[in-house]
Design a protein around this ligand. Structure first.
Ligand code: G6P
Length: 367
């Protein structure tokens, strides 16, 4: 067991450290001469131009990468996206019109609800693309096309590297679609590709900050609940940050779209409640800062995760973690690293079985 963990205390930590390589393995074979080449996609440019809608269906963390990508497909490629939980999609008699691309995202490729959703979508005539990590798994076999995430085997129940690779696979698809549909120029694509190539080193840098995050986490081992807030793409990452924390540490936590706080959650804020605010979208900084003030004036302790250079945030936060510069679509790949480390160190500090949290399975093959 110790040998398998390669010197790390847990598989989860080992897998977090494997992220730079896994991310690079996922994009490298698909970048050729400043272009995105996804051979497995098997779609002509004509077919890509004819996509009217994308439906993304998944469970758990995979659905959070779907949420992130909604903002990217819509923002960059201008294709409308619906994201569904697989267990909901299959029972709501979904309307699938011509020109709909269904994307099923799954690490294991065996999640029962996701597989059933795939069959439902195919039965209704959709073209189905699987974004899958386990080669030859059921979803990989039954999808019309499969794009693999090259994360390698993931053992810890809480996903880290597979999640990061799913994000990258979705970035590649969005970039490809955006370029074919002429929503971005060749120059813009080149600049996105450069940003993508920088992500592995940037992730490494964030991982090397682990001691700072461990120290911070140790102050919150007794927390009763934690709130994660963000807007837009940062709301999607708040959901993942919240899930990471609660599934392995058993501290209740909730992710909230920051603008929605005042419609409910703010009544739960008390003296000392920890609120993690993610703000990576420049055009939303001011809105986020006022949301942070709303909670801090009610006694919350505010941890902010934001872009390097956004020093204004220090006036509204008690503790700030900066992430390196990238474009507005790729920030989730960086902001998730401190949130993964935070969840991990809280769970370790509370003596939880980090790799095998109670009641959870790595892959849920029954309904
Ligand atoms: C389980 C795991 C989660 C995972 C979800 C979907 O609940 O504990 O970490 O996100 O299944 O799994 P999949 O293999 O389809 O990505």
């Amino acid at each position: 067991d110790a040998a398998e963990k390669g010197g790390y205390e847990h598989f989860m930590l080992k897998e977090m450290y494997e992220q730079p390589k896994a991310i690079a393995d996922t994009f490298s074979p698909r970048i050729k001469d400043n272009d995105i080449v996804i051979e497995e996609l098997n779609m002509t440019d004509e077919e890509i131009k004819n996509i009217h809608k994308i439906m993304i269906v998944a469970c758990g963390s995979a659905s959070h990468t779907g949420m992130t990508s909604k903002y990217i497909f819509e923002g960059m490629a201008r294709i409308p996206v619906e994201v569904d939980l697989a267990s909901e999609f299959r029972y709501r008699n979904p309307i699938i019109e011509e020109g709909t691309l269904v994307i099923i995202i799954s690490q294991s490729g065996e999640t029962a609800d996701s597989l059933a959703a795939l069959r439902e979508a195919k039965g209704k005539g959709a073209k189905v693309l699987g974004i899958v990590n386990v080669v030859g798994s059921s979803i990989a076999r039954e999808a019309d096309n499969v794009m693999y995430t090259w994360a390698g085997p993931e053992i810890a129940v809480a996903t880290t590297k597979a999640y990061s690779c799913q994000l990258v696979a979705l970035y590649l698809l969005a970039m490809k679609f955006a370029r074919v549909r002429e929503k971005i120029t060749a120059e813009e694509l080149k600049s996105y590709i450069e940003d993508l190539k920088r992500i592995p080193d940037q992730v490494e840098l964030l991982l090397n900050n682990k001691n700072k995050i461990q120290k911070f986490a140790n102050r919150y081992l007794a927390a009763r609940e934690v709130f994660f807030i963000g807007r837009g793409i940062d709301y999607a990452i708040s959901m993942e940050g919240s899930l990471k924390l609660k599934e392995i540490s058993y501290i209740h936590s909730e992710a909230y779209a920051a603008g929605e706080l005042k419609h409910g959650t703010i009544s739960l804020i008390e003296e000392g409640t920890l609120v993690a605010a993610v703000l990576t979208q420049e055009e939303l900084y001011q809105k986020m800062i006022s949301n942070m003030r709303e909670v801090s004036t009610r006694g919350a302790f505010v941890l902010a995760v934001t872009n390097e250079g956004n020093i204004e945030v220090e006036r509204a936060a008690d503790y700030v973690i900066y992430i390196p510069k990238t474009n507005k679509y790729f920030t989730n790949s960086l902001a998730i690293i401190p949130l993964q480390l935070f969840g991990y160190y809280i769970a370790v500090g509370r003596g939880c079985d980090v790799d095998k949290p109670r009641n959870l399975a790595k892959s849920v093959t029954v309904e």
